[in-house]
Design a protein around this ligand. Structure first.
Ligand code: PLP
Length: 394
């Protein structure tokens, strides 16, 4: 007898992964340049030179034990200190090394935080549209997953709906801004309102409601501020990843931040260490912890994404597609040209356009287009987008 839940999760891959596999098949048949794959959030911008230089320097100067040996379970102390200093410099905060737990990217950070927090009967909310893996992470931690719809047409927080969804069982809210898949950023006023509401409800229910800030796209904001949530709400855990900001998704490196202001922060930090241990996530990849110690405040050349956004948003809206202008991340979340986004994506395949239906993001009727590809691919794909729109009489 094996776990039915795990078997089901393994058999039904995420829709994004399925499209990615299909893309590889098509590329083998008709050539990669003829497949317009917009499915995966795999950054195409290279890591900054400083990352590569640091790796070379480390390999030349350090011994194997330092490079490839185990670090402390919670991560190398110098790395955690470097991360703290970088944030303090940028946000005027007062973090220190012991606020941080180094992990294997945002996915591991989220899973650890949810496991550390959950007791039977708990519920976690998030705002739809949302990253589909949230449901998997929340439910396999033993809690219930409760998405809350955002405002029609803007994807901003709908406070009436949020208030109606909060109950005495609400343990926390997953917040992802800049958002995958909509590209929306929650502005300061919304964050302040959210913090106020949660303080009020925490008081009324007699227990804290936590914010879990999922921040892989923090650095991918094009001219808009992304409020740093710990400054607005004490009971905030931050899950960060260098997958997108340094273009290192395959290296699995990120961290959890447990600020001193969080209620019972020492027990919370212990629970994070415990969950990391229980899930087998102790000691994030050593080499990349040392890379982060040297490169914590740097980012890849994000200018390419901004250029891609302008080109794709401008062209698609000209062809008749509807879409919220994204302020961050590297996705467009476009209204499908028929009610069923799955049928629309199937039709798009005729033009070798690989798009992801919004259903698994909690937004049926929309499709996600990941524009972290080459600008050349976007240019080449535009006639296909135009032809697809024309098929729907646009
Ligand atoms: N959260 C969101 C919103 C994401 O889009 C992703 C990856 O695309 C993750 C978490 C997982 O990130 P990581 O690769 O750092 O595990």
């Amino acid at each position: 007898m094996i776990s039915e839940t795990m078997c089901r999760l393994g058999k039904h891959k995420s829709v994004i992964r399925e499209i990615f596999e299909y893309s590889k098949e098509r590329a083998a048949k008709i050539g990669a340049e003829n497949v317009f794959d917009f499915s995966l959030g795999n950054p195409n911008v290279p890591a900054p030179d400083s990352v590569k230089d640091t790796i070379r320097k480390l390999l030349d100067e350090k011994d194997d034990l330092y490079l490839h040996g185990y670090t402390s379970a919670q991560g190398d102390a110098d790395t955690r200190q470097a991360v703290a200093e970088d944030l303090n410099r940028r946000y005027g905060t007062h973090f220190h090394a012991d606020n941080f737990y180094m992990t294997c990217g945002a996915a591991a950070s989220l899973k650890i935080c949810l496991t550390a927090l959950t007791v039977p009967g708990d519920e976690f909310l998030t705002f739809a549209p949302y990253f589909p893996e949230y449901q998997v992470f929340v439910e396999t931690a033993g809690a219930s997953f409760r998405p809350v719809q955002t405002e029609e047409g803007t994807f901003q927080i709908d406070f009436e709906k949020l208030e109606a969804a909060l109950t005495e069982h609400t343990k926390g809210i997953l917040v992802n801004s800049p958002n995958n898949p909509s590209g929306v950023i929650f502005p300061e006023a919304a964050v302040q309102k959210l913090a106020e509401l949660l303080r009020e409800k925490s008081e009324a229910y007699g227990h804290p409601i936590y914010l879990i800030a999922d921040e892989p796209y923090r650095e991918l904001a094009y001219g808009k501020d992304v409020p740093y949530l710990t400054k607005y709400y004490d009971n905030t855990l931050v899950c960060y990843s260098y997958s997108k900001s340094l273009s290192l998704p395959g290296e699995r490196i990120g961290y959890i931040l447990v600020p001193d202001e969080l209620e019972d922060c020492q027990d919370m930090y212990a629970a994070v260490c415990g969950a990391g241990r229980a899930l087998g996530y102790v000691c994030a990849p050593s080499l990349f912890q040392h890379v982060i110690a040297a490169c914590a405040g740097q980012v890849s050349d994000l200018g390419v994404y901004r250029e891609n956004r302008e080109l794709l948003y401008g062209s698609l809206t000209e062809y008749g597609y509807e879409c919220v202008y994204p302020d961050g991340a590297f996705y467009l979340f476009v209204k499908a040209l028929e009610e069923d986004a799955n049928a629309f994506c199937e039709r798009a395949k005729k033009y070798e356009l690989l798009l992801v239906p919004g259903d698994d993001f909690g937004a049926p009727g929309y499709v996600r287009i990941a524009y972290c590809v080459t600008t050349h691919q976007i240019r080449r794909s535009l006639p296909a987008f135009r032809a697809l729109a024309e098929e729907y009489g646009k």
